[in-house]
Design a protein around this ligand. Structure first.
Ligand code: F0G
Length: 359
């Protein structure tokens, strides 16, 4: 029996879905895990908590195939690497890029080399890179050191670099904006996003501008980028030699797409600000415990930023705020279990359970 795509209403990846807006041809082999098409979840708890008449939407990228937004960029970067005859890819990573690169490489039989800062990668991300079969190399240095190394190596050897300095990564990731506009009917007035290497804020801004030009939206959002206070080079206006934060994904002292982030900020009339680890942690717990959305700490930096700005009276009433939640909370089990939650271990006895829960 021939199964029609229509009947199945098959979930397709971003390259197939948005091919007319991406640098692909009929000859481009599409390496996809059906990424994208992630939910835009309306927050009930946050506007109520902030006593603010706005609609806040979480673009939950943690529901991508490898659990982060990187899959949008990686499907295109790896497809183009394959089209160009590549056999191997390489990246530096704080974790998510390496997980995504490893998955897409495995899918098309490419070799994947990932360079990570030793001891600074969340467990879930590291185990993904291993399980998808990548060669993982840990350096005694930070992400910025790793990025310099992979840039040097991929210039000298036939290995494709798949960090967001690869323009196909940005092209793929801009589809996040497309999906938001497709769903809301227009762009939101504000878009909040965590900033690490600054590729994603660059990509979202590109997507918003392109959809406006195509007549698919009428407004552009103000882009609101948030760095962790201990790793906030763009906010400080200079690289940070030893970046520090519990949000290991955005522990980056010298972002590659620095200029792209500044353009997004200045062209949109938005801002780039920092939030403390305490604020990130509070937001991380709030959206899980009150809104049922479990993201990783770096993602919560954007929520913390929205809370910070709301308290300053920044947002206009009646507007819409989209927040990219970049990765799944399951990525970082050590952080997730670092609070004072207690699990009781008792005899399998209903009376004892009832007593414990106090009903
Ligand atoms: N959120 C998460 C969960 C990330 O993994 C990253 C970046 C960011 C936000 C920031 O995005 O770099 O485009 O500004 N992670 C990269 C990595 C650096 O190696 O996985 P950005």
């Amino acid at each position: 029996m021939k199964i029609s795509r229509k009947i199945l209403n098959r979930r397709i990846g971003i390259v197939e879905r948005y091919q007319e807006y991406l640098p692909v041809t009929d000859k481009t082999p599409i390496v996809s895990l059906n990424e994208g098409n992630t939910p835009l979840i309306l927050s009930e708890a946050l506007p109520a908590y902030l006593k603010l008449n706005v609609r806040i939407y979480y673009k939950f990228e943690g529901l991508n195939p490898t659990g982060s937004f990187k899959d949008r960029g990686m499907t295109l970067a790896v497809s183009k690497a394959l089209e160009e005859g590549g056999h191997a890819i390489m990246c530096a990573s704080t974790g998510n890029t390496s997980a995504s690169a490893a998955a897409y490489a495995s899918r098309c039989g490419m070799k994947c080399y990932v360079i990570v800062p030793d001891g600074q990668i969340a467990k879930g991300k590291l185990l993904q890179a291993f399980r998808y079969g990548a060669k993982v190399i840990a350096i005694r240095g930070n992400f910025d050191d790793a990025l310099k190394l992979v840039q040097k190596i991929t210039q000298e050897y036939p290995i494709k670099l798949v960090n967001s300095v690869n323009p196909f990564r940005i092209e793929g990731q801009k589809t996040g904006s497309f999906e938001i506009i497709d769903e809301l009917g227009d762009a939101p007035e504000y878009h909040a996003i965590p900033v690490g290497n600054a590729g994603n804020i660059t990509a979202y801004w590109k997507g918003y501008k392109e959809y406006l030009q195509l007549g698919k939206s009428e407004i552009l959002p103000k882009m609101l980028g948030f760095q962790a206070e201990g790793s906030a080079p763009i906010v400080r206006g200079e690289p940070v030699a030893n970046p520090k934060t519990i949000a290991s994904a955005i522990k980056i002292g010298n972002p590659a797409s620095w200029k792209g982030a500044l353009s997004a900020r200045d062209e949109s009339g938005g801002l780039i600000d920092s939030v403390t680890d305490e604020e990130i942690t509070w937001a991380y717990r709030f959206i899980a415990e009150k809104d049922g959305v479990f993201s990783e700490p770096a993602s919560a930096a954007a929520v913390a930023g929205v809370i910070k700005l709301a308290r300053q009276g920044y947002f206009q009433e009646g507007t819409r705020i989209a927040v990219t939640l970049t990765g799944s909370g399951l990525k970082d089990p050590d952080f997730a279990l670092s609070f004072d939650d207690r699990m009781e271990s008792i005899e399998p006895d209903a009376d004892k359970i009832v007593k414990l829960i106090g009903v």
